[in-house]
Design a protein around this ligand. Structure first.
Ligand code: MN3
Length: 240
């Protein structure tokens, strides 16, 4: 959490933020300096901060990636740094075995490990060349499970609207390799429920408030314009 940061971290973070703001539409800078020492690193945004405009604005993307996501990584690294045996586990393993972690770090790993996993997926399943609709076997599976792609979109948006407060709405693959729409509160990951997230939309206000304010329904609808369906298909294909 920000309050645990040293003054130097804050100054460094501030300097970075100012630099990005001035650069505006440049490629994402390396925000790794903010993520503290540890096994986990902030993945670079795979496109420019303004690449998803007008659907998601550059300022939201900058703060979201460089501040929010970076903080989850830093907090996760800090929490597990006292447990060398845990630093060898993958993020997925940590999230799958939350209840077997030392009690004093369970909540921190749940929130910040979840936050790191959720956002890492979020950047990947969006693209400036997004939109369109799923193709191939994923399209067939969506039709089979939800009736049609528009019917799936309706159910996904309704589920997202139904989340009270902060959380996520997901398309997941179950252990039986069926598709399901699920929601999670806060930064909880479907991985902790034994499910594989294929697609997720961030329902925290930090993801959309500058552009959409209280209009979450508008954000949910607009967001389809940036969904990277080839990346979602790859994830579905990888769940054997
Ligand atoms: Mn977020």
């Amino acid at each position: 959490m920000a309050m645990n940061w040293t003054r130097r971290d804050c100054l460094r973070g501030f300097g970075l933020g100012v630099g990005l703001y001035v650069l505006g539409s440049g490629r994402p800078a390396d925000a790794q300096a903010q993520t503290a020492d540890g096994p986990f690193t902030l993945p670079p945004l795979p496109y420019a901060y303004d690449a998803l405009e007008p659907w998601i604005d550059a300022r939201t993307m900058t703060i979201h990636h460089d501040k929010h996501h970076a903080a989850y990584v830093a907090n996760l690294n800090r929490a597990i740094s006292a447990y060398p045996e845990l630093t060898r586990l993958s993020l997925e393993d940590l999230l799958r075995r939350l209840d077997r972690l030392p009690t004093e770090i369970q909540r921190t790993v749940r929130n910040n490990g979840g936050g790191h996993a959720n956002h890492s997926l979020f950047w990947e399943i969006m693209s400036p060349q997004g939109g369109d609709e799923p193709k191939g076997v994923l399209a067939e599976a969506i039709d089979r499970q939800f009736g049609s792609f528009p019917a799936f979109q309706d159910q996904f948006e309704a589920a997202g609207l139904g989340v009270f407060g902060s959380g996520w709405v997901w398309l997941v693959s179950t252990p039986q390799k069926t598709l399901e729409i699920v929601t999670t509160a806060n930064q909880d990951s479907p991985i902790s429920q034994g499910k594989t997230p294929l697609l997720g939309n961030d329902l925290w206000e930090h993801a959309y408030y500058l552009n959409y304010q209280n209009r979450r329904a508008d954000y949910l609808k607009a967001w389809w314009q940036v969904v990277n369906w080839p990346a979602v298909s790859q994830r579905w294909d990888a769940t054997a």
